[in-house]
Design a protein around this ligand. Sequence first.
Ligand SMILES: C[S@@+](CC[C@H](N)C(=O)[O-])C[C@H]1O[C@@H](n2cnc3c(N)ncnc32)[C@H](O)[C@@H]1O
Length: 321
Amino acid sequence: MKRRFLDFLDASSQPWELIPSKSEGEEVIEGQLKQGARVVKVVRGMPRFVPDDNYAGNFSFQWQKFKRTQSEGELREQSRKAFWDKTGFDRERDIAGKLVLDVGCGQGRFADFALEAGAEVVGVDLSFAVESAYSNMKHYSKAHIAQANVFELPFKKECFDTIYSLGVLHHTPDCKAAFEKLIPLLKPGGRIAIWVYGAYGWNYGDIRDTFDFWRSRTVNWDTDRLMRWCRAVLPLYHLQKNPTVWKTIHNSLPGFLFHKIPLVSASENAEQRLLDTFDFYGPKYQSLHTYPEVFGWFKNAGLTDIHVLEFPVCVIGTKPA
Ligand SMILES: C[S@@+](CC[C@H](N)C(=O)[O-])C[C@H]1O[C@@H](n2cnc3c(N)ncnc32)[C@H](O)[C@@H]1O
């Protein structure tokens, strides 16, 4: 961590003190952050505001195993497009020269684009995904990564010009409450954008029954078993991607049996297929939301200039100045 990180911390009750025990240039690699009696360890370059990864163990595994999958080649370009499409941010207004909070940064694929566009970025994640984010972002002088829980973020009020959280809040025990925790951290005039799973389309109806049937089992498996199962069911992709074959199977099996066949990622990239399938069956929490619901959260939080974006369910709003 960089000494600059202290500027972002809430010191309204007591000041923070950084006590390095190992540094490399500007970077504190090991040490302690102290606020009165509270001690936050700095381990492998990052402050750890949580004792462990709590319910996010599968994310710890996933983002260390697939550390670069979505940050290279064609998938990097898809991530780039997803960042701008799912936030609706304007490069100049929201990112260039701004202090930006990435909530649930994972391996840092989106922080990468904000940094590239000239932001200073603080990325937080509950899981050990932060190990990958730190290593992926370490060439940026304006990147700060910390292991922290969205429900107990250590930052001062009205600290950030821009906040985004993409594909994260629906993986917490309370999506709306997690969203509400972010509003006080946003500066007046700043914008916040979130993407949460939509209660529409691919994730709905009979398909959802299939996911729920399997997820009620898979979320209780250990990571190794889940990964073995994902690898075992992944060849179903070849049947599911072919509408004629899949329809024939559908028509020839009784419904209760057909809807027990696990659905796997339709990604054309084999590594992403494995990642996405694991990402779907692994998270302990996974809630679905509608546009009116999420729009209501923004409105109740006092945000204005609220826009729903095309990709369900992405919403952006502004904190009144
Ligand atoms: C599907 S991943 C998305 C990661 C990243 N935003 C991306 O799209 O590549 C969800 C992330 O949310 C994180 N997460 C879940 N609950 C969290 C919490 N309470 N506080 C902070 N991060 C959390 C997980 O550890 C995981 O890395």
